[in-house]
Design a protein around this ligand. Structure first.
Ligand code: FES
Length: 68
């Protein structure tokens, strides 16, 4: 399936993704609706590390390229 980042790009939604999903940036940072957050697979440690660098981190923050 498409990641949230890929789906956003496909639909002209303004979401960056500077490293194109290779977990080398945090520009695809999204804040997930709490109703959905717990339904997602747990983030990997690599995603957590990159997320820590994201601007405006929230409890339900994820990297858009890692949500499939
Ligand atoms: Fe770079 Fe998601 S696009 S980490």
């Amino acid at each position: 399936g498409l990641s949230v980042m890929e789906a956003a790009h496909k639909h002209d939604i303004d979401l960056e993704g500077a490293c194109e999903g290779s977990l080398a940036c945090s520009t695809c940072h999204v804040i997930v609706d709490p109703a959905w957050f717990d339904k997602l697979d747990e983030p990997t440690e690599d995603e957590e590390d990159m997320l820590d660098l994201a601007f405006g981190l929230e409890r339900t923050s994820r990297l858009g390229c890692q949500i499939i």
